[in-house]
Design a protein around this ligand. Structure first.
Ligand SMILES: NC(=O)c1ccc[n+]([C@@H]2O[C@H](COP(=O)([O-])OP(=O)(O)OC[C@H]3O[C@@H](n4cnc5c(N)ncnc54)[C@H](O)[C@@H]3O)[C@@H](O)[C@H]2O)c1
Ligand SMILES: O=c1ccn([C@@H]2O[C@H](COP(=O)(O)OP(=O)(O)O[C@H]3O[C@H](CO)[C@H](O)[C@H](O)[C@H]3O)[C@@H](O)[C@H]2O)c(=O)[nH]1
Length: 326
């Protein structure tokens, strides 16, 4: 495939920085637009970094006048589910309204091909697992709702303006660059794997296990952990699908296997060579017992083949990053 120029919004973040790496490794030109509110400039392996809020319309007008982009990947968002419940306006503004500003600018400048970071949170409490794309979308919190609203806007823009998009609904993003050049650096960190590993090193207090009385084999929640590099490969395939004339749609991204919180803790202890200090705590509000993806569509339509279906490999990469970064 020939070299293209892509805009990666939120490219200095956890998942976006792996995307930038993947694009560069595939010979593409990359412009990163990131305000560094939660991202890190040193996570970028290359490309041109523009430090700016992506929802600034005059800035976007100048950007789209100066550059021709073959497509746009959009990772920038507010990502804390709990915060979204207490401060919904922040989420509808940053995730939904800001993306509408971006989509209008893209429409007016004729920028085509949009790959959007959506989430399994659009589904809400699962009616069945594994969850396929046809599963009812009843988000339980404003974070999930803010993303689902963007999907609905995208569908309307496609009908009205021919905006071509793929919405990728990730399950639990995990792992890090196998060479530990970049990894997960959220602040505050809320995700299970980095918190477990940081409890081992003593950088954080004991890991609180949120609930041991779920209707699952060991009583803790099941999640579908998908490696960030596998997310990146799916994004590029989704972009190429659009460039080849594929119809706008959503895809789930996950491994299709559920691992319990207790299994993650056990594997993290094995990988780190020391047990994870844990404290058993009540359930966290809004956590479904099981979230497992049916990603058959991404495999069949995009030709996506995840490389890392082994939890030990995923946590191994996160551990190498954890040791290198602190
Ligand atoms: N981490 C997960 O498990 C997960 C799961 C499902 C979906 N997602 C989605 O994936 C995307 C990336 O998540 P992440 O974990 O990499 O988050 P992150 O916070 O590490 O990255 C987000 C990036 O966007 C930038 N950003 C935020 N607001 C901006 C703005 N207004 N203008 C310019 N840049 C801005 C931040 O500086 C950061 O670099 C998000 O859209 C998130 O909702 C993540
Ligand atoms: O300190 C912790 C942190 C998490 N957990 C448990 O570990 C599992 C995974 O929790 P994470 O916070 O790592 O991930 P979530 O499944 O809550 O969230 C992920 O999936 C969501 C979709 O439902 C959103 O997309 C979100 O951005 C993404 O990180 C859950 O059962 C949670 O209760 C703990 O027991 N202790």
């Amino acid at each position: 495939m020939s070299s293209n120029q892509f805009l990666v919004i939120g490219g200095a973040g956890y998942i976006g920085s792996h995307m930038v790496k993947h694009l560069i490794e595939h010979g593409h030109q990359v412009v990163v637009l990131d305000d560094l509110s939660s991202g890190h400039a040193d996570a970028l392996l290359g490309g041109e970094l523009l430090v700016h809020d992506f929802a600034d319309r005059p800035f976007l007008d100048a950007l789209f006048t100066k550059h021709h982009f073959d497509g746009v990947f959009h990772f920038a968002s507010q990502i804390l589910v709990g915060e979204s419940v207490n401060n919904p306006a922040k989420y509808y503004r940053a995730n939904t309204f800001a993306t509408l500003v971006l989509l209008e600018a893209m429409r007016d400048h004729g920028v085509q091909n949009f790959v959007f970071s959506s989430t399994a949170a659009v589904y809400g409490e699962p009616a069945y697992v594994p969850i396929d794309e046809a599963h009812p979308k009843i988000p339980l919190n404003p974070y999930g709702a803010s993303k689902y609203m963007v999907e609905q806007i995208l569908s309307d823009f496609d009908r009205a303006h021919g905006t071509k998009y793929v919405a990728l609904r990730y399950f639990n993003a995990a792992g890090a660059d196998p060479q530990a050049r970049m990894g997960e650096r959220h602040e505050p960190e809320t995700h299970l794997i980095p918190l477990a590993l940081q409890a081992v090193t003593g950088r954080r207090p004991a890991l609180k296990v949120f609930g041991t009385d779920y209707d699952t084999p060991d009583g803790t929640c099941l999640r579908d952990y998908i490696h960030v590099d596998d997310l990146s490969s799916a994004h590029l395939l989704a972009m190429q699908y659009l460039q080849a004339g594929g119809a706008s749609r959503a895809f789930n991204l996950g491994n299709g296997a559920g691992y319990s919180v207790q299994q993650v803790i056990d594997v993290a202890g094995k990988v780190a060579g020391k047990p994870v200090p844990v404290e058993y705590a009540p359930r966290r509000a809004g956590d479904p017992a099981r979230l497992i993806a049916d990603a058959t569509q991404a495999k069949a339509v995009l030709g996506w083949e995840p490389q890392y279906d082994d939890l030990e490999a995923i946590i191994g990469h996160a551990w190498a990053w954890e040791q290198k970064s602190h």
